[in-house]
Design a protein. Structure first.
Length: 165
């Protein structure tokens, strides 16, 4: 039987075995996997929805990137930055469909990709997000926020804070 836990309030349930790599007591004893660090079950938006819908969804959920899906197929990704850029260039930007401006070739890796490989790919491409798939289906999103969280946990593990009397 698999225990279901929540890593953070804004992510869906994941298997405890996948989450243990992010717990401070196990961090850096083993190389974390991409599955243990990413945000599973990311919010996504249909390609036919508007930029206003995407902006509202990101604002409500406190996120900056949305995978764009059409009929179960990953089309790309749209960011809050993309929307801000379009909003100053196009007067009726709110009605533009997300699929017309999304990045059509986002950085995508399989769930089995080693974490260092995915992170190096992000750095090489100067990207803050990688979409994670399993057999072509979106299963997660790895962002610089996830990686900063991992780094913070690793630093705390390596350099525990001094006890204050």
């Amino acid at each position: 039987m698999t225990a279901t836990i929540r890593l953070r309030d804004n992510v869906g349930p994941c298997e405890k075995s996948l989450a243990t790599a992010c717990e401070p007591e196990t961090i850096m004893e083993h190389m974390p996997t991409i599955m243990s660090v990413m945000t599973p079950f990311p919010h996504a938006i249909a390609g036919g929805r508007t930029l206003a819908d995407a902006r509202d969804m990101m604002t409500e959920r406190g996120i900056h990137h949305l995978p764009v899906i059409d009929d179960g197929t990953l089309l790309g990704i749209v960011s809050m930055r993309d929307i801000r850029v379009i909003s100053v260039q196009v007067e009726a930007w709110q009605e533009i469909e997300v699929k017309t401006i999304c990045a059509r070739k986002p950085y995508v890796v399989e769930h089995s990709t080693p974490l260092p490989e995915a992170v190096r790919g992000m750095a090489t491409r100067h990207l803050g997000t990688v979409l994670v798939t399993r057999a072509g289906k979106l299963v997660g999103i790895l962002t610089t926020t996830d990686l900063c969280r991992l780094l913070g946990q690793a630093l705390t593990r390596l350099y525990p804070p001094d006890d204050v009397a």
